[in-house]
Design a protein around this ligand. Structure first.
Ligand SMILES: NC(=O)c1ccc[n+]([C@@H]2O[C@H](COP(=O)([O-])OP(=O)(O)OC[C@H]3O[C@@H](n4cnc5c(N)ncnc54)[C@H](OP(=O)(O)O)[C@@H]3O)[C@@H](O)[C@H]2O)c1
Length: 242
């Protein structure tokens, strides 16, 4: 069976969570776990074949979410242009409406911007005039969009499968809040010494006395050229101490 089919078969066996979409977290990292050379620097990590797999995965999700840090760094289009299929609905996590009005997503993707009830009404009006849908949500103690409320809102808007693509802050937050149902990680044979994909000390994890960390169960591992694709379901494991 082809890798995509194996991954989709695994995903279809996951019971859809109550009142939120099924969340797939997918990103490309170097051997040492970096997703970019530095925060804010767009860095090509995956090869052509794994980039194509990412696009196939996108085509199998209703919506795709990135943080505003990724929009500012990469100006992504989040389309499925390397394969045939339907583009997922782009969603930007942007509490303070920092999305550039001229960004590729605003120009071409008609994104939904998940922002807070406290965001600037004038900026909000300008986005609406550009055909962007704003999702006004409560904010957490960091003044950032509350993720469970966002996921509930997306579910009510008909999103059954959501792909989360980064960047580092968003990856860390979704994992630490245990809001990930399936993980697809591309590992490229590079040592970048750059921005770590996951940093729990910066996430709300640091504020809790959480003793469980995500391991990976029912793993599918395959090489695509020189890239290794590891996918599976997060399983929560206790921290082992010596
Ligand atoms: N290799 C890969 O697969 C890959 C994929 C994507 C990105 N990247 C790289 O990752 C880097 C960007 O990562 P980043 O950490 O700077 O930015 P990010 O994770 O893309 O975005 C983080 C921002 O999202 C906003 N946000 C709103 N609500 C949030 C919530 N509940 N939880 C977390 N964030 C929330 C926050 O800004 P506000 O407070 O202003 O809302 C936060 O600073 C870039 O260098 C990019 O190239 C790599």
């Amino acid at each position: 069976m082809e890798l995509l089919e194996r991954i989709l078969a695994e995903m279809s066996g996951i019971e859809k969570p109550n009142s939120r979409p099924l969340v797939t977290l997918s990103y490309a990292q170097s051997l040492d776990g970096s997703i970019a050379l530095r925060r804010g620097v767009q860095t090509r990590i995956s090869n052509e074949a794994s980039a194509r797999l990412t696009h196939q995965l996108r085509a199998n999700h209703d919506a795709i979410l990135v943080g505003i840090g990724t929009v500012l760094a990469d100006d992504p289009r989040l389309t499925v242009r390397l394969v045939s299929g339907k583009n997922p609905q782009p969603v930007i996590l942007d509490s303070h409406l920092r999305t550039p009005p001229g960004s590729a997503l605003v120009r071409e993707g008609k994104p939904w911007i998940a922002t807070t009830l406290a965001s600037d009404p004038e900026k909000a009006e300008n986005f609406v005039a550009q055909g962007v849908e704003l999702l006004h949500l409560p904010h957490d103690t960091h003044g950032q969009v509350m993720l469970p409320e966002l996921l509930g809102c997306l579910s009510r808007m008909g999103v059954e499968r959501l792909m989360v693509e980064g960047g580092a802050t968003v990856i860390s937050r979704f994992l630490s809040m245990q809001l990930v149902d399936y993980l697809v990680i591309t590992i490229a044979p590079l040592i970048l010494g750059g921005l770590p994909a996951v940093n729990f000390s910066e996430s709300i994890w640091a504020e809790s006395s959480q003793e469980y960390f995500p391991g990976l169960g029912d793993m599918v591992v395959e090489m695509l050229g020189e890239d290794m694709i590891i996918s599976g379901m997060p399983s929560w494991r206790p921290l082992l101490r010596y």
